[in-house]
Ligand binder design. Sequence first.
Ligand SMILES: *[C@@H]1O[C@H](CO)[C@@H](O)[C@H](O)[C@H]1NC(C)=O
Ligand SMILES: *[C@@H]1O[C@H](CO)[C@@H](O)[C@H](O)[C@H]1NC(C)=O
Length: 337
Amino acid sequence: MKWPLLSTIVLFGCSNALLRFPCAQLVVDRLDPLVTPGQVPSPHLHQIVGGNSFNASMDPAKDMPGESTCTTCQFSEDFSNYWTAVLYFKARNGTYKRVPQIPNSGFNGVNAGMTIYYMQDGLYDFQQTSKVTAFKPGFRMFIGDVNARTPEEVARFRQLTYTCLQSIDTRDPQITDFPNQPCPAGIMTALRFPTCWDGKNLDSPDHMQHMAYPESGTFETKGPCPATHPVRMGQLFYEVVWDTRQFNNKADWPADGSQPFVWSFGDTTGYGNHADYVFGWKDDALQRALDSPCYINCATLKTQDTAAMNKCSKSKTVSEPIDGWLTTLPGGMTAES
Ligand SMILES: *[C@@H]1O[C@H](CO)[C@@H](O)[C@H](O)[C@H]1NC(C)=O
Ligand SMILES: *[C@@H]1O[C@H](CO)[C@@H](O)[C@H](O)[C@H]1NC(C)=O
């Protein structure tokens, strides 16, 4: 399935109505304050970026920006946390190695992490005729289904994709499962969240029901929001670049022709791709930015340099090996067959 290609627009530079910025790695840890708050360790490993107040509990009633003393994001008023699962390679001898992350196009020098976008309007809406609303303090959401293992199960999430990178600038085609051939420049995962809010709830039991997709089309094509979720929000999306290059020798791939990558929760299909978000912009910084179209150079936002982003980090809470050749995935899980 193919979706309108935001990234192409970015790379060819004809849009200015979006925030696109890198966030360096904060920590890789087995915590999940959204899905399993307070639980140490959480079931599977995550890679997390953003404010350093991130911890296992993240009480929604707490003022997160106020608790953070630094952020790994380029926009230094953004103390939100963004996270995804972690990719591993499974060798023929059954051991696992974590796949490193590399900076996206244009962000050389940033330590791992991911690229965050907040779309301010539809792709071709350069006059910004329809304003979008920023998330509010306490807002959180999740997208995807860790248990999805088939195309049918992932189909209700419209925009969770993989791109097999021929170069760091490749954006198409986008597919919903792991590429079945070695990718010369790595694998990009793109995780786009729904964009219509119910206008009331900052969260919901499954962390998704308070949000919905447009009734038809996508955010980018300006599909209308359903009556149940009438508030049109900026579109949040993550791009993560997994540097699979050291694992590209076909002789190291499974003899049965399957692909060797596995998510930290055991999924070898790729359909279980998911992402988490906890809002934490300071004051009205995000709304100010959404109200004044900008791209990278956003006059209304404060920025910090790459060294400052990379310097902000946090030590792991859960003490366990996550690197080197491991006999199981962190948490004792193994690749599903
Ligand atoms: C998370 O941090 C808050 C303070 O910011 C603290 O009160 C709480 O105990 C911490 N929770 C965990 C599980 O570390
Ligand atoms: C398993 O395979 C990997 C990759 O080929 C290799 O580096 C590692 O040493 C092997 N481990 C064992 C215990 O044989």
